[in-house]
Design a protein around this ligand. Sequence first.
Ligand code: GZL
Ligand code: ZN
Length: 334
Amino acid sequence: MKKRFLSTLAFTATAALALAACSSGSDGGTDAGTDGGSDGGSSGDVITVGFAQTGSESGWRSANTESMKTAFSAENGFDLVFNAADNDPAAQIQAVRSFINQGVDAIVIAPIVEDGWDDVLQEAKDAGIPVILEDRTVTASDDLYASWVGLDFELEGQKAGEWAAAEFTEPTNMVVLEGTTGSAPANDRATGFDNAIAGSSITKLDSQTGDFTRDGGKTVMEGFLQKYGVDEIDLVYAHNDDMALGAIEAIEAAGAEPGVDIKIVSIDAVRDGMQALADGKINYIVECNPLLGEKAAELVKAVLAGDDVDKRTIVEDQAFDQAAAEAALPDRKY
Ligand code: GZL
Ligand code: ZN
């Protein structure tokens, strides 16, 4: 308690000094976080934001990172301190701690996994630094972050499951390529899909994480093909396109035709996934929109300006069959 009290005390003193500096207009250079989030950016001041990204595990992630960097640009009034945690939850929490120590004005997180966030979010709160979540969610109490902008992962899983339940009316064996273990999308996409296929003719043979990567999807699919044989598997449910694209490689290497001998339903609708759908190697894709940067930047400015913000903002997704993918491909932004 003593340590925290002192750090708060020290922080308050620094903020008071920096605030004086900011308001006297002598805040010429970039803040480098000296004022610890008290200047709110409303004084036309540079807002220093620490962004803790999951890593670079998928095509979706690259599009999301690009969207965030474009939104949190210098011309938009930001100084972005970017960290990609290489899909390592401990490293991501360490990155958030370093943002707190730097005294950034606000912190944005795309949390790799849902659990384990309570302590560091409490530390950010004690330091007076608001946290905005983008993309994935956490199980920590929502008074530990200002707002979340993301997607309805359970609905994405449900849409994929509804397609599969309608498509397969004969007894069907399915294998599942799960996303990162403990992540909100992996948990919720499984729940939504399983609820949608309850009572259908689909049997889940196996389910294993491919960690949202192409290599992961390929390796796990190779294992399933070894274990069950091509003829025993009718359907693959991949929690993202990158794992579906890895599974396509494994199915072709086993001499079977993806999208024909073994059908595939996936989530994301990134360019490479949509191309595979247009080529008939994937059969259905539910979109998961990665372009969250603009909304996240809007939330950071509103929170620092002291405005009330919605706790949750869900971005719309759509779904694509082969014809819709062919039509949508030319205009896809990601
Ligand atoms: C979903 C996002 C997931 C994508 C994957 O919003 O968190 O992480 O579905 C990405 O492609 O790796
Ligand atoms: Zn300032």
